[in-house]
Design a protein around this ligand. Structure first.
Ligand SMILES: Nc1ncnc2c1ncn2[C@@H]1O[C@H](COP(=O)(O)OP(=O)(O)O)[C@@H](O)[C@H]1O
Ligand SMILES: [Mg+2]
Length: 260
């Protein structure tokens, strides 16, 4: 479904090459883990796929094809519903995803365009379940709140619930459990696992190999803007070819076993 080929991203101001010709694919129902330390280019890659990078700030080359259609070039047109219904991204900073002066319930209704009374009732029933699944049991409290009345972790979970409600064909989850507590992290991972079993395609961006091992068929390991290793998750995890990958794997194992 998604084919990234030789993607390069350069900052126009400094001419620094931030993503250095990376290639990977995500098939239908497949889940890819994009793993690497902070600053390795994972979020830039995700935003490039979503076409969210400002062309005046970044120069991009290479190819990003979605269902055989090129979306990167200067004249490329985005397919209808590309952002949202086809590909949805859960970002690292949930604060910027919502307007600060409008109660969440109203924002959500506007976003999903529910007007008719019966449709509204049905929608809220689905929203209630989606929120409960990410450890937010009190829908009324959420919908009556302004964004700054909730913690970053709670907003993150609202965003995840809304993304899941949209049921896109591909979800890009960019470090989506970084800002949340352990219980919520567990529930979010279970939700993503359920979606994966239902056949949703995914790119899971993480620095935690444990998360990738749980959610991904295959992984691509990023370091300083390059993919240094990719393959089936368990193969890479069990016998990493690169020292860097070994360190990532060990860090996560130690973490999982409660040693550090
Ligand atoms: N607007 C920008 N201008 C210049 N450099 C940037 C900009 N945004 C990100 N970078 C740099 O690009 C690199 C990759 O960033 P990012 O993709 O956010 O990393 P990751 O998500 O893997 O932590 C980092 O070194 C970061 O400093
Ligand atoms: Mg990032």
């Amino acid at each position: 479904m998604l084919k990234v080929n030789g993607l390069e991203i350069t900052a126009r101001s400094t001419k620094e090459q931030l993503v250095k010709g990376i290639s990977f694919e995500v098939g239908k129902g497949e889940s890819l883990g994009l793993i690497g330390e902070s600053g390795s280019g994972k979020s830039l890659t995700s935003k490039a796929i979503m076409k969210l990078l400002n062309k005046r700030v970044f120069n991009m080359s290479g190819s990003i094809r979605w269902k055989e259609q090129e979306i990167l070039g200067r004249n490329a047109k985005l397919p209808k519903g590309y952002r949202g219904r086809q590909i949805a991204m859960i970002t690292q900073n949930p604060m910027t995803a919502f307007a600060p002066m409008i109660r969440l319930g109203r924002q959500i209704e506007m976003g999903f365009d529910v007007k008719e009374k019966k449709a509204k009732q049905e929608f809220y029933e689905r929203l209630d379940i989606a929120l409960k699944n990410v450890n937010l049991p009190d829908m009324k409290k959420i919908t009556n709140s302004y964004p700054d009345e909730l913690s970053g972790g709670m907003l993150q979970r609202v965003m995840i619930a809304l993304t899941i409600l949209q049921s896109p064909e591909l979800i890009i989850a960019d470090e989506c459990t970084t800002a949340v507590d352990a219980a919520s992290e567990y529930m979010i991972l279970c939700e993503l696992e359920r979606l994966r079993k239902e056949g949703m395609s995914m790119i899971v961006v993480t620095h935690d190999f444990g998360v990738a091992a749980r959610l991904c068929d295959k992984v691509a390991v990023m370091k300083s803007g390059s993919i240094i290793e990719q393959g089936k998750t368990l193969d890479v995890f069990k016998s990493p070819a690169q020292d860097y990958t070994k360190q990532l794997a060990q860090a996560s194992l130690l973490f999982r076993e409660g040693i550090c």
